[in-house]
Design a protein around this ligand. Structure first.
Ligand code: WTA
Length: 647
C-alpha cells in the first residue's frame, strides 16, 4: 500500500502526571479498559446507562436497532429536545445563574451570558421563527460570525424542531446558495457583518446574492453587528434585535423523536458537490455530552475554550451542544488569533483563566512560527488540559504545544473524529492514557476501530491500512441529505459491514492508533476539508480554463496546500495576471480557504489510457518528489517530463 506508507517513527511516551492522575474521572487504566470492553461487548448496557443521564421527555424503549444497517436507530421511542438538554435541564439548579459564555468580540467588546439568560433569548428567537411560519421538520440556514446570537440561533432551531444548517461565514455567496438549495432551507439567520482582522466582513450582501430568486426562502433574520451598509427587503428581512425584543420568552421545547434530524452540516467529499451530513437528536447529544465529560473531563469550576468556528462540526459539538449539556462555562471569541496582536489567544486564556483549551494543529504551527515570546508574555498557569483536532499533528508541533503552552504539565488530547462521526472517536483520556506525540492513541467508549487492508483484513502492527469502524455508535451520521445512494456508496460500499472513514492509519506495537491522512481526493487545508473536485470545477467554470487537476502538497503551516495543474483554452496566454485572476475566481466560487497556493499551467495532464488523471504523479510533482510507483499505464510519458520541467 505505497500510498499510505508510514514514515513516522516516534518513540517518546508521556505517562500521565501524578496531578492528572489524581484529578482523573476514571480511577485507572484498568477501569477504562473494563468500561471500554463493556461498551463494545454490551453497548446496550453501557449506552443505556449513560443515556439515562440525559433529560428525556419520554424514556426510550430500546438502545440500539441496527437491523436497518447502515441506518442506525438509537434510543427508539425516546423523546428529547437538544436545546432542553443544553439549557432547560439546568434551570432551577445552581447552574442556571452560572455563565454559559464569556464572549469576546474582536474589537474587544464583551458579553457574559448566564444559562438562564441564554435560555430566555433562545425561547424568544424560537418564537420569532415560529411567527414566521418555520416549523418542526423545516431547515434553516445560519450564516453568521462568531457571536452569541449564532449559539442562540442554533438552539432556537433545535427548540422548535427545525434542522439547522450552519454555513461557515468564510464561504462565498455561491457556496451558500448551493447549500441553501440542497437543504431546501426556508429561512436564513445572518448578520450585517462580522469583524475579522480589524475590518468588518460583510455577510448580509452574500445572503442577498445567495437567495436571489429562491422563492422557498421567505425569511432572513439579520443581527446588527458592524453597522455596515446593507440592502433591505422589507417583505423578507427582519432585524434580530427588534424581533427578539418583541417576542415572548415562553416557548416549550418541541418533543423530538430520538431519531428526528437535529441538523445538517455540509462537508466535502471525493466526487460531486458538498454532502449534507445528517445528524439526529438522541445519539448525537449523548456523543457530545459523554466525550465532553470523559475526554475534556468538564468539571464545575472549569473555564473551557474551543477556538473552532461554529461553521464546522467541532463548533457544533464542542462549543455548543457538549459544553452546554455539561453545564460548563465557555469562552467564545469572534476574531482572528493575530488581531490586534499575535498573543491574543494567550491574553484571553489569562484574562478568563481558561483551564481547558481545544484548537487545531494548523493554529499550533502558526503560533510556533510567530514565536514563543507571544505566549511567554502571559500567565498560562490556569490551563490543565490541551486538545487538538482537525488533522494529524506532527510530533514537533505536539512537543511545542506540550512545552510552551502546557508548561509540560497538561495532558495533550489529540482527538481524531469527523463531521460524520459527530463526536470524538480516538483520543487519550486525561490522567489515564500515556500519550505519544502524533498519536490519537485509543478508541473512545463504543468505538470499535481497526486498521484493515483492501480486503478488509486487519493488518499487523505498524502496517499502514484503512481506518474503519466496525460497530455503529450513537453520534454517527444517519445519512447524506436526500442522497441515500451516496451515503451507502461513500461509507459502506468498500467493506459492506464496516464504516470506511477515508483516512489511512496504522497501529503500533502497543496498539496506539496513528492517523496518516486522507486516502481519497480530499485535501485538508488548515483543518478544513475541501474536495479536489470542487476546486477543479471552480477553475473549469472560468472561461479560460479547459481542464484542471487539483492535488495537495505538504505545507508547514496549513498542513496541505492546494496546487492546481491547469490547461488553458486555445489561444489563451498564460502568465501571472491570469494566475491571480484564477486564484481569485476560486476564492469567489468557494471561499478564500479554497484559494490555490499555486497554479501551474500545462498543455496536457498525465492520464491513463482510459482517460483518468493520474493524481498520484501530480502529487509527486507538486511536492517536488521523485515519481515513485507505477507509470506503465500512463498514456503519454512526455507529459510527465514536461510537467517536471525536464524538457
Ligand atoms: C482529519 C473534524 C489526524 C481526518 C472534526 C478526518 C485528523 C478529517 C484528526 C475530518 C486527528 C481530524 N488526527 N487527522 N486528530 N482530526 N482529522 O470532518 O482526515 O472537518 O477524516 O472533522 O480531519 O475532518 P472534519
Amino acid at each position: 500500500m505505497p500510498e499510505i506508507e508510514s514514515v513516522l517513527h516516534e518513540t517518546r511516551t508521556f505517562p500521565p502526571s501524578e496531578a492528572a492522575r489524581k484529578k482523573a474521572r476514571l480511577s485507572s487504566l484498568e477501569e477504562y479498559e473494563r468500561l471500554y470492553r463493556e461498551s463494545i461487548d454490551d453497548p446496550e448496557t453501557f449506552f443505556g446507562r449513560e443515556a439515562k443521564n440525559l433529560p428525556w421527555i419520554e424514556p426510550f424503549e430500546s438502545v440500539l436497532d441496527w437491523s436497518g444497517a447502515p441506518f442506525a436507530k438509537w434510543f427508539s421511542g425516546g423523546k428529547i429536545n437538544a436545546s432542553a438538554v443544553a439549557l432547560d435541564q439546568h434551570l432551577g439548579t445552581p447552574v442556571e445563574n452560572k455563565i454559559a459564555f464569556l464572549w469576546e468580540g474582536e474589537p474587544g467588546d464583551t458579553r457574559a451570558i448566564t444559562y438562564v439568560e441564554l435560555h430566555e433569548e433562545v425561547c424568544q428567537l424560537a418564537n420569532v421563527l415560529k411567527g414566521r411560519g418555520v416549523k418542526k421538520g423545516d431547515r434553516v440556514a445560519l450564516y453568521m460570525p462568531m457571536i452569541p446570537e449564532l449559539v442562540v440561533a442554533v438552539l432556537a432551531c433545535a427548540r422548535i424542531g427545525a434542522a439547522h444548517s450552519v454555513v461557515f461565514g468564510g464561504f462565498s455567496a455561491h457556496a451558500l446558495r448551493e447549500r441553501i438549495e440542497d437543504g431546501g432551507c426556508s429561512a436564513v439567520v445572518t448578520a450585517d457583518g462580522g469583524y475579522r482582522r480589524g475590518e468588518p466582513l460583510p455577510l448580509k450582501p452574500q445572503v442577498d446574492e445567495a437567495v436571489r430568486g429562491l422563492k422557498a426562502v421567505h425569511t432572513v433574520i439579520v443581527v446588527e453587528r458592524c453597522e455596515n451598509d446593507i440592502d433591505w427587503n422589507a417583505d423578507r428581512d427582519l432585524w434580530y434585535h427588534v424581533a427578539v425584543s418583541e417576542a415572548s420568552a415562553d416557548c416549550p421545547p418541541e418533543p423530538m423523536d430520538s431519531e428526528d434530524t437535529l441538523f445538517l452540516l455540509y462537508t466535502s467529499g471525493t466526487t460531486g458537490g458538498p454532502k449534507g451530513i445528517q445528524h439526529t437528536t438522541g445519539g448525537y447529544m449523548l456523543g457530545a455530552y459523554l466525550t465532553c465529560k470523559y475526554v475534556f473531563d468538564m468539571q464545575e469550576d472549569d473555564v473551557y475554550w474551543c477556538t473552532a468556528d461554529v461553521g464546522w462540526i467541532t463548533g457544533h459539538s464542542y462549543i455548543i451542544y457538549g459544553p452546554l449539556s455539561n453545564g460548563v462555562t465557555s469562552v467564545m471569541y469572534e476574531g482572528a488569533p493575530n488581531s490586534p496582536h499575535e498573543g491574543r489567544f494567550w491574553e484571553l486564556c489569562q484574562k478568563y483563566g481558561v483551564t481547558i483549551f481545544y484548537t487545531a494543529p494548523t493554529a499550533i504551527r502558526t503560533f510556533m512560527r510567530w514565536g514563543e515570546e507571544h505566549p511567554g508574555k502571559f500567565d498560562l498557569s490556569s490551563l490543565r488540559l490541551l486538545g487538538t483536532v482537525g488533522e494529524p499533528i506532527n510530533p514537533e508541533a505536539w512537543m511545542w504545544y506540550h512545552r510552551v503552552i502546557g508548561g509540560e504539565r497538561c495532558p495533550i488530547l489529540d482527538t481524531w473524529w469527523q463531521t460524520e462521526t459527530g463526536s470524538i472517536m480516538l483520543t487519550p483520556l486525561p490522567g489515564i492514557t500515556a500519550t505519544k506525540p502524533g498519536s490519537a492513541t485509543f478508541p473512545f467508549f463504543g468505538v470499535d476501530a481497526a486498521v484493515v487492508d483492501e480486503e478488509g483484513k486487519e493488518v499487523g502492527p505498524n502496517e499502514g491500512g484503512f481506518l474503519v469502524i466496525r460497530k455503529p455508535w450513537p453520534s454517527m451520521l444517519r445519512g447524506i441529505w436526500k442522497n441515500e445512494e451516496r451515503y451507502r456508496e461513500t461509507y459502506w460500499s468498500k467493506y459492506g459491514d464496516k464504516y470506511f472513514a477515508g483516512d489511512g492509519a496504522k497501529r503500533d506495537e502497543d496498539g496506539y492508533f496513528w492517523i496518516m491522512g486522507r486516502v481519497d481526493d480530499v485535501i485538508n487545508v488548515s483543518g478544513h476539508r475541501l474536495s479536489t473536485m470542487e476546486v477543479e470545477s471552480a477553475l473549469v467554470s472560468h472561461d479560460s480554463v479547459v481542464e484542471s487537476a487539483v492535488v495537495s502538497r505538504p505545507d508547514d503551516v496549513t498542513g496541505e496546500a492546494i496546487v492546481a495543474f491547469t490547461t488553458l483554452g486555445p489561444g489563451i496566454e498564460d502568465g501571472d495576471e491570469l494566475r491571480s485572476t484564477l486564484m481569485d475566481h476560486v476564492a469567489t466560487q468557494i471561499g478564500k480557504l479554497a484559494r490555490p497556493a499555486e497554479i501551474r499551467f500545462t498543455d496536457a495532464l498525465p492520464k491513463t489510457r482510459s482517460g483518468k488523471i493520474m493524481r498520484r504523479l501530480l502529487r509527486d510533482i507538486a511536492s517536488g518528489r521523485e515519481t515513485t510507483g507505477d507509470t506503465s499505464t500512463i498514456e503519454d510519458l512526455s507529459v510527465l517530463a514536461k510537467l517536471r520541467g525536464d524538457e
